[in-house]
Ligand binder design. Structure first.
Ligand SMILES: Nc1ncnc2c1ncn2[C@@H]1O[C@H](COP(=O)(O)OP(=O)(O)O)[C@@H](O)[C@H]1O
Ligand SMILES: [Mg+2]
Length: 305
């Protein structure tokens, strides 16, 4: 495990819609479950087809597998851009289970999760929402940035996350008994918490929690080098700049420079942008408007490039 921070991960986005598991670049073999799935499988589009690149940071992979084996709902906590989403995609691939990701936001309603009646030429027909599809057919459902959803929406997951394992579709008058393979994962960034925006204790206590944080220098350099396509020395410099900025968190910076941002900087460098400019654009400008803070971060950049 990482020294100061344990090991779990999660993710977030901001559209109400749900999306199929993304296909990550990779040279790894096709997941076995993909080749065996039938074409009329309602979850077919949700399988993660290629092995996502994921570097374990601690024992999060084993812990997640154990949690999955007993279907214990999982909560991934950590700052943005530290690998939570990538971890879930990797675990879905590793477990050979389809992944349905929902980007939570405050306009999301219960119907966006469970489903609604649609009008078509033949009258009305019911359409399952992402949570209902996952519960009915047995997918991993990932609610990304769940605190963004209103609390009255979040309580929908309560009967799914205790021994009942059911999902009531009130409008339809149906009670879905969860498929044995149904598994729910949520993520959130504790840094964004406020009194208005936090999960209820009654929600939190239904989940096992994994803490995610930025990897140590060695591992993060490898990730930045791989994902940003730069040599290890350049990656390491970027990670050191990131470290410096993270030390300023709480001293004028709300959030440190994430792994994602370091990868952006690396990608610009590998596209031929001068490293100092790449760092300004990808690392410094996005996180602060404060002139003194910009100067401090710019000089950290100049110390390395
Ligand atoms: N442990 C890791 N292994 C591989 N890539 C990682 C890891 N952690 C972060 N990344 C990279 O950082 C990017 C941002 O991570 P992401 O999972 O989207 O963050 P989060 O969901 O926590 O906001 C990923 O796209 C991936 O390229
Ligand atoms: Mg994410």
């Amino acid at each position: 495990m990482r020294p100061t921070n344990p090991k779990m991960r999660s993710a977030s986005v901001k559209q109400p819609a749900y999306r199929p598991a993304s296909v990550q670049s990779s040279s790894s073999p096709i997941n076995e479950s993909v080749s065996t799935m039938s074409s009329n499988d309602p979850l077919a589009q949700y399988y993660v087809k290629n092995q996502p690149y994921y570097m374990p940071v601690a024992d999060e992979v084993e812990l997640f597998e154990s949690a999955y084996s007993v279907r214990m709902p999982m909560m991934l906590k950590g700052p943005t851009g530290c690998g939570k989403t990538r971890f879930v995609e990797y675990m879905a691939w590793k477990l050979g289970r389809p992944l349905i990701t929902v980007a939570c936001n405050e306009d999301m309603t219960a119907s966006d999760l469970v489903g609604r009646f649609l009008l078509d030429a033949n009258g009305t027909r019911w359409q399952d929402g992402p949570l209902a599809i996952a519960a009915r057919h047995g997918a991993i459902c990932y609610l990304d940035e769940v605190v963004e959803a209103r609390q009255d929406t979040t309580v929908i997951i309560h009967p799914l996350t205790d021994s009942r394992r059911v999902l009531p579709l009130e409008k339809k008058g149906e009670l879905i008994e969860c498929h044995p393979d149904f598994f729910i994962v949520i993520s959130y960034n504790p840094g964004y918490q406020s009194l208005m925006k936090d999960l209820k204790q009654s929600t939190k206590q239904r989940f096992g929690g994994l803490d995610f944080n930025y990897p140590d220098i060695e591992v993060e350099s490898q990730i930045v080098s791989h994902e940003g396509k730069v040599d290890n020395e350049t990656a390491r410099k970027l990670v050191h700049i990131g470290e410096r900025a993270r030390n300023l968190k709480g001293h004028g910076l709300d959030e440190g420079i994430s792994t994602r941002m370091l990868i952006y900087a690396a990608s610009l460098i590998s596209a031929g942008v001068d490293p100092v400019n790449a760092c300004r654009v990808a690392l410094v400008r996005p996180i602060t408007d404060d002139v003194d803070m910009r100067d401090a971060l710019d000089s950290a950049v100049l110390a390395y490039f």
